[in-house]
Design a binder for this molecule. Structure first.
Ligand code: NAI
Length: 251
């Protein structure tokens, strides 16, 4: 059931083929947006489009890597072909290897920075120009509660999520008067394929215990915050960082 009005516009969701991005794509589509589900994995993007279409929504799949500037330009054009681009959720992200700083490899450091930070910058640059041309829009960047605190053995990931908060604030300052709102979301640990790939059941139970609610979050619980921030219900919210973390950062 639609909760937030985001009709008459298109929305890009990067990393929309899995986990949090999939849930965001579904909620935005249910709320009236035409959603471009962008992912490097074609089958994942197409499966989400099928789910949205079966539920009566409008969506198209886009296959491309957020680190490729040419793909980003094509992504914006594909969204604009559906409806004016007025929402972008820069959600694609990777975890990187699990090592302390002294043992962290160049290769993993560079790839995590490339996807989680440079990919968001490239996306925002193209998205902002399209939104300014339409008189405004909303960008939501997927940071993490690890945008505010660290966690051992994830230096590249933590660095990128902290950096996204600065990028979010800067773009909000630069484009506020032109109607482009830019916010960041900080989920606690959410049960998604990203976590399943990287953590054992014991590690997940230990992480759950770090949340006041003693459980992991669900992708839907993040998606509803994102849809609110992206919608016209949030027109005085920009430059800010919003936790959805089950109390993780409260201690
Ligand atoms: P996921 O691994 O389930 O989904 C990520 C999607 O992004 C995948 O479909 C993947 O194919 C796609 N992707 C990866 N690299 C890409 C690239 N270069 N270009 C285009 N698409 C790409 O991950 P999850 O858990 O849904 O995470 C989504 C975002 O939420 C990430 O930015 C992550 O850092 C953030 N996040 C996740 C948390 C969690 O506990 N799962 C907690 C806080 C933040």
């Amino acid at each position: 059931m639609p909760v937030y009005d985001v009709s008459n516009r298109s929305a890009i969701v990067t990393g929309g083929g899995s986990g949090i991005g999939r849930a965001v794509a579904q909620v935005l589509a249910a709320s009236g947006a035409s959603v471009l589900v962008a992912d490097v994995v074609e089958t994942a993007a197409s499966a989400v489009v099928e789910e949205i279409t079966a539920a009566g929504g409008t969506a198209a799949a886009f296959v491309g890597d957020v680190t490729d500037p040419a793909a980003i330009e094509r992504m914006v054009a594909a969204a604009e072909a559906m409806a004016p681009l007025r929402i972008a959720v820069n959600n694609a992200g990777i975890g990187g290897e699990s090592k302390p700083v002294g043992e962290y490899s160049d290769e993993s450091w560079r790839r995590v920075i490339e996807v989680n930070l440079n990919g968001v910058f490239l996306g925002m640059r193209a998205q902002i120009n399209a939104m300014v041309a339409h008189g405004g829009g909303a960008i939501v960047n997927m940071a993490s509660v690890l945008g505010a605190v660290g966690i051992p053995n994830s230096s590249a990931y933590v660095t990128t999520k902290h950096a996204l908060l600065g990028l979010t604030q800067n773009a909000a300052l630069e484009y506020g008067e032109q109607g482009v709102r830019v916010t960041a979301v900080g989920p606690g640990f959410i049960s998604t394929p990203l976590l399943d790939r990287n953590l054992s059941d014991d590690a997940k139970a230990a992480l759950a215990a770090k949340h006041a609610m003693n459980r992991l979050g669900t992708p839907d619980e993040v998606a509803h915050l994102v849809a609110f921030l992206a919608s016209d219900a949030a027109t005085f919210i920009t430059g800010s960082y919003h936790l959805v973390d089950g109390g993780y950062a409260a201690q």
